[in-house]
Design a protein around this ligand. Structure first.
Ligand SMILES: C[S@@+](CC[C@H](N)C(=O)[O-])C[C@H]1O[C@@H](n2cnc3c(N)ncnc32)[C@H](O)[C@@H]1O
Length: 159
């Protein structure tokens, strides 16, 4: 069974998003182990580029901590590669069949992911060229993971 870890900057504050994630998480848990690990946003004292980059770097260090060398890392980034849900399902299937058996997703905070996170990623995944708040990006990710398993198991959810 594949294991999925979702490493994120920031908490889910909105109850309706938390509820929706909890619902998808419960559904996904029939197919794999799934766990979210949240880290707080780094403090930023002004809007200078160097302060924002410093915050992203320190958030990136936390996101990358505890990732194993052979984990399959998918970093969520607006400027990454877009793919069909079927192709996303194939990535999960490949890990289920051939390994690595642990997939780690990275979701950035308000300023995005550090360069180190993007460089570590085996796949830079974009849901759209539009920017979403991290809470919504997390919800979309949970829905797409659930959708992927229903595609792989031939269930009628995906149309
Ligand atoms: C508020 S966004 C960060 C915005 C930042 N200015 C940037 O362009 O990366 C917070 C996080 O949500 C995720 N995210 C937001 N929009 C996304 C999209 N269209 N595709 C994939 N991930 C997205 C990314 O992980 C991002 O780091």
């Amino acid at each position: 069974m594949v294991r999925i870890k979702i490493r994120v900057i920031g908490k889910i504050k909105e109850p309706y998003i938390r509820d929706a994630i909890a619902d998808y998480s419960k559904r996904i848990s029939s197919y794999c182990q799934i766990e979210s690990i949240e880290y707080p946003e780094a403090a930023v004292f002004d809007n200078h580029v160097s302060s924002l980059e410093g915050a992203m770097e320190s958030e990136g260090i936390k996101l990358l901590s505890g990732i194993n060398r052979d984990d399959y890392v998918i970093a969520l980034d607006r400027k990454g590669k877009q793919c069909l849900s079927e192709a996303f399902a194939d990535i999960i299937k490949n890990c289920e069949v051939n390994g690595p058996y642990q997939i780690v997703f990275l979701i950035g905070g308000p300023h995005g992911l550090s360069l180190a996170c993007k460089e570590r990623a085996d796949y830079l995944l974009s849901f759209s060229q539009m920017t979403f708040p991290h809470q919504l990006a997390r919800l979309i990710l949970f829905e797409q993971i659930y959708r992927a398993f229903t595609i792989l198991r031939g269930l009628p959810y995906h149309r």
